[in-house]
Design a protein around this ligand. Structure first.
Ligand code: ZN
Ligand code: ZN
Length: 75
């Protein structure tokens, strides 16, 4: 999945810290989305590990399956 910068419409680069726009330098947080029901996942952080939990019936989601989208409301 690809995400685009809301400021300049360029492709965003995803890293562990979120999304960055190499074009205009904007940084965005990330939102974890359930691959099954496409609702935001609850992020559970424990002992350095992060788990993603779907509150809509899909349970724990492996990070490999999580879809990340930029949190464009945050600047
Ligand atoms: Zn940009
Ligand atoms: Zn789900």
């Amino acid at each position: 999945m690809s995400a685009h910068c809301p400021n300049c419409q360029q492709l965003l680069t995803h890293s562990d810290a979120g999304f960055d726009c190499r074009h205009c330098g904007s940084h965005f947080g990330e939102i974890a989305i359930c691959p099954d029901c496409h609702q935001p996942l609850q992020v559970l952080k424990a002992c350095g590990a992060v788990d993603y939990f779907c509150q809509h019936g899909d349970g724990l989601i492996s990070k490999k399956r999580v879809t990340f989208i930029p949190d464009v409301a945050e600047s």
